[in-house]
Design a protein around this ligand. Sequence first.
Ligand SMILES: [Zn+2]
Length: 495
Amino acid sequence: MIRFHNTLSGKVESFEPIEPGSVKLYTCGPTVYDFPHIGNWRAYVFEDLLKRFLIFSGYKVTHVMNLTDVDDKTIRGAGAKGLSLEEYTRPFIEAFDRERDILNILPANHYPRATEHIREMVEIIQILLDKTFAYRKDGSIYFAIAKFPAYGRLSKVNLEDLRPGSRGDADEYEKDSVHDFALWKAPKEGEPVWETEIGPGRPGWHVECSAMSSKYLGRTFDIHCGGVDNIFPHHENEIAQSEAANGVKFVNYWLHCHHLVVDGEKMAKSKGNFYTLADILAKGYDPYDVRYLLISTHYRKMLNFTFDALEQAKAARSRLGNFFGALKDVTRESDGIQDIRPLVEAARAGFVAGLEDDLNISESLASLFSLVKIIYPLVTQGAISRRQTQPVLEFFFSIDEVLAIKPSPVRSASGKITGFSSVEGKATAGEEQYADVEGRLESEIQKKIEARQKARSEKDFNLADEIREELLSQGILLEDTKDGVRWKKIIPPGT
Ligand SMILES: [Zn+2]
């Protein structure tokens, strides 16, 4: 049974979708006025882990993510460049799509854009006006939170604190209450205007998620995600709008992921600790290592991004990759004495149990690595057969449907991972690269072996031993046989 921490109840609850076997999921998407930073990607990667695990568990997932292409920031950006909203936001939407694919995030079923759903927003606002949850003021339309007693249930904000007059600056607001929020904004010089049944203007930000989620997922759906910074006011406002308009519960499970900080500090361009995905990849990191880092901290914990942590993620992923590669290299035909299957089944059970427990990824990864720890030495000692590696490889493949980190057995001399090959042995672009790197490495090894032979013939046994040790440290074992020197790859346990 899958359990999630529901922000609404503040408790871990058993997950039961409305319709058995299928899950309707809404995740707040990017405001496309800039390139997403790694804090944004943390949230999207968490949502991808959630979605992939639901699919892995047998659910059909319908996923909607909105693209906010009209708000203060996009309008300001477009205005500054003299572009239309469409022209201004297009490169950021393209970048979002590209980077999503680079991070191996499954695309949503729908990416509705705010500017293409004005009619749906106007419909909700009209209903809210009719039901007197909304009021007009100076050409704008606001939601009256005092009319919605459940306001604050998600974020646990105290409505008393939000009453007019509770803040000194209340007079600066044209609304009835400081926290009443705009559903529709009156036309302003230099801003796009839509002529609609409720008057001219443009939508507020919050209403788009209410309008688009109900259009694609229905009035009540299963899971809504976002970052913790979305809880108040954005998600609180979504609940107010949707439940006031529709008269039914909006969302059953709210999952929020914690912030990402860099070197223990809030990311800010002014501090020089602000990173986009492109910034990190430009430093030579593999996107799958970035993904591994982003998923390997539990989503409800703050993630401290550091380059040390990224190096550790890289090392952990390399270890999985090397193990995977060693499994594929097994050639022994006769079965070893060890029965591998119970170990794999235990690892699978642990992996699933971890994720079922509110996506406890640490527990899942621990199960995975403990399997590696037991089987790796058996593989390097040649103690299991090729046939016996099959359940392990299959396990690797099935869980990588969830982790999506493509553990790669391939490393070039610089340590950069260059490819991934599938268990069926299908050639991929990565594999072709791999062949290159492998070829280069082999000629390097061959040169070292020749240097060692030369040293031995000159009776420089110290140098010969040094070369042998050097190769060993790279996982290359030399064997002196009657037919000459042979070498084989070994991957020392613990690497
Ligand atoms: Zn939203």
